[in-house]
Ligand binder design. Structure first.
Ligand SMILES: [Zn+2]
Length: 251
């Protein structure tokens, strides 16, 4: 998955396995910061982009940390651009992006805190009280080894939590994780339609594999909020077809 301006990376053989526990963070608190409503004339994505072949995950067996950082920066740019470009089509009010604190190391004793709580290792999260997104670089690196789409999925998902926090409560689903997956699907496919993101062979399979890992293996406590792997893939697909509005509670 690429920013349109970039040349494709040379992707090589799939790494055998990953021992890490992929985990996406939850907001620590659910106080909305604004009263944003959906516009009555908000468009939907229609049928979404043409169905591409899912392919197989295109893993990366040899890469530098700088490549991972570049991919993260590209993902942030694409996702922020989508919301900046389209916010007024969907919502009242003005779009403000969350702060991107970005990468930390889960074994750094001086890593980020959210409301005084140290960021968890091998996690990514949106900190509601401080309105920022962050991720353990080790999580991103391990995910990148399985395919670059992982990074886009993680950033889009955490960004979606920041979006949820900007919306009127009535638009936010109680199944917050599934709604974040849905919004991630809406943004990544919407960006593809905008031409700011290029979907590569294998990306769809990488997304499915990432969501399956998250649904099946993550130590989440509340299945009604987080969903199993089928629900997560389904939620992502719902965003792809219905766009942002299709993910909102009131739609
Ligand atoms: Zn989440």
């Amino acid at each position: 998955m690429l920013l349109k301006r970039l040349l494709p990376l040379s992707l090589v053989a799939v790494l055998a396995t990953s021992a890490c526990t992929f985990q996406l963070g939850e907001p620590l608190n659910v106080q909305p910061t604004s009263e944003t409503s959906v516009r009555p004339d908000a468009p939907q994505n229609g049928d979404g982009p043409a169905v591409e072949q899912p392919g197989v995950p295109t893993g990366n067996s040899s890469f530098s940390d700088a490549e991972v950082t570049q991919e993260i920066n590209d993902a942030v740019t694409v996702i922020d651009t989508y919301w900046k470009t389209h916010w007024n089509e969907f919502f009242t009010g003005t779009y403000t992006p969350p702060t991107v604190r970005g990468s930390y190391s889960g074994d750094d004793p001086n890593r980020f805190t959210c409301s005084g709580e140290l960021a968890a290792a091998m996690n990514a999260y949106y900190c509601i009280n401080e309105d920022y997104v962050a991720w353990d670089f080790n999580l991103m690196r391990d995910g990148y080894a399985e395919g670059d789409a992982w990074i886009y999925l993680v950033v889009a998902h955490e960004w979606a939590h920041a979006i949820q926090n900007r919306l009127n409560d009535s638009l936010v689903s109680v199944a917050g994780e599934l709604q974040a997956d849905c919004l991630a699907g809406a943004v990544l496919y919407g960006s593809t339609q905008d031409g700011t993101l290029q979907w590569e062979p294998g990306d769809t399979a990488e997304i499915s594999a990432g969501l399956t890992t998250l649904g099946d293996e993550s130590p989440w406590a509340d299945p009604s909020s987080h969903g199993d792997s089928i629900e997560r893939v389904s939620a992502f697909g719902k965003g792809r077809i219905g766009g942002v509005v299709g993910c909102l509670n009131a739609s």
